[in-house]
Design a protein around this ligand. Sequence first.
Ligand SMILES: Cc1cc2nc3c(=O)[nH]c(=O)nc-3n(C[C@H](O)[C@H](O)[C@H](O)COP(=O)(O)O)c2cc1C
Length: 410
Amino acid sequence: MTEQSLAFSPLTVGPIELSNRFIKSGANENMYREGYPTKALLKHHRDLAAGGIALTTLAYAAVAKVGRTLPDQLWLRPDVVPHLKAITNAVHAEGGKISLQLTHGGSFVTSIFVPHRTISASGGLNVAGLFHGNFFQRAMNEKDMALVTSQFVDGARLAREAGFDAVELHMGHGYLLNQFISPLSNRRSDEYGGSAENRVRFPARVLRAVKEAVGSDMAVVAKINVADGVRRGATADDAVVTAQALEAAGADMLVLSGGRNVESTWFMFGSPMNQEEFAKVFRHQPLQRLLMKAAAAGTPKGLQFKEMYFEEYSKKVRAGVKLPLAYLGGIKSIDNVNKAMDEGFDAVAMARVLLHDPALVNKFRDDSVRQSGCTSCNACIPQIYNRAGTYCVLNPPNDPALNEIRAGER
Ligand SMILES: Cc1cc2nc3c(=O)[nH]c(=O)nc-3n(C[C@H](O)[C@H](O)[C@H](O)COP(=O)(O)O)c2cc1C
């Protein structure tokens, strides 16, 4: 090892220890069929663990069937545990650890139909659900909150049974818990709406319940937005309040992200969406093409990718809390990683560079690579709709056959 950076030293996150400071950020793999994880998903995460990542995040497990946003998406029930176990075993065999990202879409249902009105922080027209017949959403009441809390707890228990080392509660990007945190979707006038303190109350309650249920065995992580990136959205000052509330509720680490799936994807990725690639993937789905165009309408003119694009926002959060924080957003080089360490972040989370090269961490470690070959073209993003699974278009395509076999099958 030539690289002596702090990034290659262990990190304690709640009850677990990571062998280094590199995390694979949750990135929808689309390696599921009818809600079951596939062999392609197993290979994906095994390759990441073999490539030196200390903690890989299996993206996007819905805690309830109505909490899915995509028809094939993994949703948690006892039936999937043996298949998930095959994946956690494969990662552990490579010396890595693995986290399960837990989500509930709430009213963010762009690709499935949910009977009855979808739930959210507030009621009204459901813009994100229009194309699939989910015209209206309703504000959650106390009974809904108790149900969703228990669904997250049950999901975390299933994750523990399946051998995961951590769960990551998704509180960013516009999913249900973020629908409370963001003023773009929370118009409540009770104790769950209004101030940033009030808006994080329900997500913090969910986190506390999950922590009480599984926190002595697993790390409980939350992914939050450092800002929504649009007018009237949550700001970095709001994010500090959110982070403090989650720290008080017992979070073991926060992964810092930003942006919303509908209002500000360009902010999430620090660069415009790749419309040409979306047009290719959706060549037979004109409505989806339209939706993607509409979502891109707010992209600032001339926006260009910049390394570490959430740096200034994330530093504000760093100054406001003590718990471990993972910096995320445009990490492209070992110099970026070291900068994040110097700025007091405890870990770095990365997605696109690892889709390009799952062995990047080992290459940083032996100094054979200092700068990722990822071009930030964002062509990987539409691949979440590719039947063979998400991949980097600069690499050979995935083997489609692997994505048709359940992970635990022989
Ligand atoms: C193909 C793709 C799929 C993604 N899916 C998810 C997801 O399911 N959950 C999530 O929290 N973030 C998702 N993201 C966002 C990433 O986790 C991350 O926040 C973003 O890519 C910025 O990090 P980067 O600059 O290292 O790529 C996805 C990103 C990509 C590229």
